[in-house]
Design a protein around this ligand. Sequence first.
Ligand code: AMP
Length: 607
Amino acid sequence: MTDSARAVKLAAMSEMILGIDLGTTNSAVGVVDSGFPILLANEEGRRITPSAVWIGKDGSVEVGAKALRRRALEPERVVTSIKRLMGRRTSEVEENFPVQVTAGADGSPRVLGKSPEEISAEILLEMKRIAEWRMGAEITKAVITVPAYFHDAQRAATKRAGELAGLEVVRILNEPTAAALAYGLDKLGEKARVAVYDLGGGTFDLSILEMQDGVFQVLATHGDTRLGGDDLDALILDCVLERAAIGEIDLAARVRLMAEAERVKLALSDEEVAVFRVPFYDGSRSLEEPVTRADLEKLASPWIARTLRLCRQALADAALQPEDLSAVVVVGGSTRMPAVRRAVGELFGREPDISQHPDEAIALGATIQGGVLSGALRQMILLDVTPLSLGIETFGGLMNVLIPRNTTIPCKAGEMFTNAADGQAAMRVRVLQGEREMAKDNWELGSFDVRFSPSPKGQARVGVQFKIDENGILEALARDVSTGVDTVIRIESAAVDVDDAAVEAMVSESVEHAFTDMAERVFTEAKMKAEELLPAVEAVLAQGLALDDERGDIESAAAAVRVALAGGAANPLKSAVQRLDSATEALAARLVEQALDAALDRKLSGE
Ligand code: AMP
């Protein structure tokens, strides 16, 4: 090859965009080559590489099967399931994480002295290396998938991991959306509505998408970032330990036993009985317990039920019945379990579609998206949605939604706000995510103060705008309209001091609490109105401005508002406020008219 020919080839290659599935258990990488999305095999000839990282005492690193092989000798130096720590704080790390987690200076978790991003970066670096080795060229751009339910800090951490690995992350793509892209690749001419049920090692996601003529629109998405096959391994282990009456075990023994629990689980997808067998698991004791498929299914039943609940919510969000769907595509390693397939089939009233490779569909979808972005594939466009509503807290502790859940992204929305008190010189903007009516029940992503010149109540004008980019990362901007000064925060820091379990619970809780939440909102709104009306009415009455025939009505309506306020119930307060409002309507109109006349008189008399 001449030098100039090589230069041309490298230039063309540099446009390639990798598609990477950075999974809890396994990872995979692909690229569009000559118009076809393909996954690239590692040196062992496998398109799937375990997401395992061995970190030696001298700092050297090995990734994949090589790392797992080191487990027998150095279990404490082999990190798996690192995805579970991405974008989390140490206080959120679940018990039984397979390796020891310590707290960094900033409260973020550290494993063997490294951050979750740095460890994930090692996996991404390995993916990049495999791709460059297979393609014979340097590749610096990637699409990386994350669970649809990954929140902002987790997405941002994934992006940072990519950057640490020398990759420009051109898109963060939701995993079920990626699976739907893979599913839709050979069905471009058709109109279809599909649900993608993705149950992997660490997370569960359910998305409902509509596709037509190569355009994919996500209609609804639900999931749980802490629900996956790993939990089932832990349940199997607990059950076996209980049967064998074994109490405390140390971390190293636990790691070995968890690996055996997973092996037993996999075996039970094909067989009726498997023997849980670990000789000398703690150096002296051995463990041997038969486990049946029926045992496993009993343990798995509540775990599967949790996924079904989220499926029902997604259907309700998309306002669809199971029969409105053309297919239910299952992906993720855990959907190989017969019990999972059966339950999905029953809920959706049809056989699940298993045409997609459970371990490869997501990487394939990411690869397709990479191809679309690089221009190598032109037939597909993807419209993604926000998984949870975004808004700010307003006076009275209410959630004011700016971007409702399931809005197509990228998107932008804004609203104008004002000061609630006289002389107020700053406003705290609390950026919230969640489905509950009251701010306190939602999740705070961040907050900042907007300063403005002190002004009478209702005079300041602050515009708040939310912008979500194509990666699902949020930028919140507040503008003091009188000065034009902007305050902006980009919400991508990992410093989200909220227990994440609350996030997952939130969507189901919002349904559960819909009635009481709404009552609380109605009460708060009516209370704010009452607190504004009552002093004004009292002042007007004291000045004797009411006519005799309206006075009695106004007084009794005001008294009813006071009683309803003390009573604390939403609807009676709302009606009492409405009654006071209409009782004072004529009076208010007269007062406004008089004020206008007075102003006109002053103007005419040249004051
Ligand atoms: P993923 O995150 O999609 O790679 O899925 C990995 C999860 O799938 C792990 O928890 C595996 O134990 C689980 N898994 C893989 N194969 C099977 C199988 N045949 N039966 C049950 N679970 C499986």
